[in-house]
Design a protein around this ligand. Structure first.
Ligand SMILES: Nc1ncnc2c1ncn2[C@@H]1O[C@H](COP(=O)(O)OP(=O)(O)OP(=O)(O)O)[C@@H](O)[C@H]1O
Length: 229
């Protein structure tokens, strides 16, 4: 099997309810999808349709009420919380609308920390972080804290952080939602460049339909299900 056909994420008949007072809200009612190596897929749908919920479930941050999740061919339902965390750390990179960088740390340190948590020595981690920061165009800004970076630069660091431990899956929730159209475009271009040829698969929730059209596929959350757009 070629790398391009490897399953990175499989969601099968995912059901998720939330309780709101006496009411039960069914957000996902049998959502299924498969994401293959090398694909960048857009996740679209109206506000409140369940995009973030789906990403949280795919990223093993939340459990569904029903359904199966496979990450890289591995079933996850029966795993302990500890094993779920291990998969999340090793295999999944997250990007959010707000960068979630550590504010007291420089751009460089923000990339060093997750690598050290994954077991790398500081020197090796710093070397790798420098290389990646140069690649994302921040070679001159490595020692800046997030507050001293522009919104676009912060998201470039956040993207670099998401892929620094070489995940096989990147999940992004409105990664360009806070950016002006031109910066959004360049941040998305960077994401494309970073995952191209690496075999990483990415699923990106967005309200930006122009951006969604540039991706390999569009999935629409509609009535709790996923429909090919
Ligand atoms: N922890 C929670 N408890 C109760 N209800 C929740 C919870 N999380 C989400 N919801 C509800 O589930 C629905 C789906 O929310 P979700 O954030 O997944 O939508 P979304 O498509 O990502 O929206 P947006 O585009 O506005 O970010 C919403 O009605 C929301 O209020």
């Amino acid at each position: 099997m070629s790398d391009q056909t490897l399953e990175r994420l499989k969601l099968d008949q995912i059901v998720k309810h939330y309780r709101q007072g006496d009411q039960v809200l069914e957000v996902l009612s049998g959502a299924s999808m498969t994401l293959y190596s090398g694909e960048i897929v857009a996740l679209v749908g109206p506000s409140g349709s369940g995009k973030s919920t789906l990403l949280h479930i795919a990223g093993l941050l939340e459990k569904p009420d029903e359904g199966r999740i496979e990450i890289g061919g591995q079933e996850t339902q029966a795993l302990s919380d500890r094993d779920r965390t291990a998969i999340r750390r090793r295999r999944i990179g997250f990007v959010y609308q707000y960068h979630h960088l550590l504010p007291e740390f420089t751009a460089l340190e923000n990339l060093v920390v997750p690598q050290m948590i994954a077991g790398l020595k500081r020197r090796k981690a710093a070397e790798h972080a420098r290389e990646l920061l140069k690649l994302v165009g921040l070679g001159e800004r490595m020692e800046h804290r997030p507050a001293r970076l522009s919104g676009g630069e912060q998201q470039r660091v956040a993207l670099a952080r998401a892929i620094i431990n070489r995940p096989s899956l990147v999940l992004a929730d409105e990664p360009t939602g806070n950016l002006d159209p031109e910066t959004a475009d360049s941040v998305f271009g960077l994401l494309e460049k970073l995952v191209q040829g690496t075999g990483v698969a990415a699923m990106i929730a967005t309200h930006n339909l122009e951006l969604a059209r540039r991706m390999d596929r569009v999935l629409l959350v509609e009535d709790g299900q996923l429909v090919q757009g």
